[in-house]
Write a protein that binds this ligand. Structure first.
Ligand code: NAD
Length: 359
């Protein structure tokens, strides 16, 4: 048996977590689910959205499947998701974006994998509020050491990019490409403007690329990349990006394949991994057995592959793909008309996927 923490989350989280767990069990994978709580529901009872026992379970078992969690507003808690990623140094955010027949989209045949750096860049959380004494001190120092001048009452966010942080994410992208039989890695940047951060990213990307002569390498400036992805997505394969561009382009690519309902994700590090859908906790649908469980189920497919359970992963992905393609036992968002009365609930869609695997 392989131990996996199932973090059930809040909002729509518990419903899609239950369905996903049942689908994974139906593949025959021998998973010992260690149940763990996080989010606003447990916070209401225990005063913290991330109990120590959940942190301990993740530290101990190292692999987690996580349903979405609401980020509590105005409570002093930064995102629990960010906290969990930092806890295990999950420096990779992996987002495959693949077309499934039957999902409404302007494109068909998309098969892209985004590899987003998860720890550095403007997301490092190093920020200075305007008019604070330390901010004024920093601005005075910068103005004394730079030819360019910053307006004294500005707010400042810092963008750190290190050679080590860049090398490990670019290396991950190449290793992934090699393992999954992919042909090309594209590194995205704005090195023409930010020479010492994105310029460094590009320089290190090129160095690492030299170690992988079997995989094609190219780079693209981020604005051009956005246009190219909309016009000619078929030209791209594995795309590696710093944190902020990765965040934005992940949503762009989710849009290419039909949106959040089918966008899985994984956060991976040397010490462990957490698999989760791209979408959030959609609180307005909580408890209604209404939403689409596919993004979390496909995150489960990524988890099975990560655990080396490739046949089980393929079995589950095939079943999901065939239920979507038939278009009968699917949730409202996968119907042509969102008010279609034949749409089924979250549980029923899960049952249809399980039936496919039993045939
Ligand atoms: P959201 O993704 O929760 O929902 C936006 C809309 O997308 C929903 O109203 C719904 O119409 C649709 N949607 C989302 N998931 C769906 C599904 N499975 N099936 C069908 N339709 C679906 O985004 P939001 O409203 O901006 O965020 C709600 C909360 O979730 C916030 O607190 C946010 O911080 C949190 N969040 C958590 C995660 C995470 O846990 N990884 C990720 C993103 C947002």
């Amino acid at each position: 048996m392989i131990d996996v923490c199932l973090i059930t989350g809040d909002g729509i989280g518990p419903e899609i977590a239950e369905v996903t767990k049942n689908c994974i069990d139906a593949t025959g994978a021998k998973i010992n689910w260690v149940m763990a709580e996080a989010g606003v529901d447990v916070m209401a009872r225990e005063g913290t959205p991330l109990p120590d026992r959940t942190v301990e379970a993740m530290r101990r078992f190292k692999v987690g499947l996580k349903a979405p969690i609401t980020t509590p507003v105005g409570t002093g808690f930064r995102s629990i998701n960010v906290h969990l990623r930092q806890l295990l140094d999950l420096y990779v955010c992996l987002r495959p974006c693949k077309s499934y027949k039957g999902v409404r989209s302007k494109y068909s045949d998309i098969d892209l994998v985004l590899v987003r750096e998860n720890t550095e860049d403007l997301y490092a959380g190093i920020e200075f509020e305007r008019n604070k004494s330390e901010t004024t001190e920093l601005i005075n120092w910068l103005n004394a050491h730079s030819k360019k001048q910053i307006t004294p009452n500005s707010g400042i966010s810092i963008k750190p990019i290190s050679p080590e942080g860049t090398a490990r994410i670019v290396r991950f992208a190449f290793e992934y490409a090699r393992k999954m039989g992919r042909r090309k890695v594209t590194s995205v940047h704005k090195a023409n403007i930010m020479k010492y951060t994105d310029g460094l990213w590009l320089e290190v990307s090129r160095q690492v690329a030299k170690e992988y002569t079997d995989i094609e390498f190219e780079d693209r400036i981020v604005d051009n990349m956005c246009m190219q992805l909309v016009q000619k997505p078929e030209l791209y394969d594995v795309i590696v990006l710093p944190n902020l561009y990765g965040d934005i382009l992940s949503d762009l690519c989710a849009g290419l394949v039909g949106g959040l309902g089918v966008a899985p994700g994984a956060n991976i590090g040397e010490k462990g991994a957490i698999f989760e859908a791209t979408h959030g906790s959609a609180p307005k649908y909580a408890g209604q057995n209404k939403v689409n469980p596919v993004a979390l189920i496909l995150s489960g497919v990524l988890m099975l592959r990560y655990l080396g359970l490739v046949a089980e992963a393929e079995k589950l992905e095939k079943a999901v793909s065939s239920v979507i393609a038939e278009g009968k036992d699917v949730t409202y968002d996968l119907k042509d008309d969102r008010n279609d009365p034949t749409a089924v609930g979250t549980t029923e869609m899960g049952q249809a996927i399980i039936r496919k695997m039993k045939r």
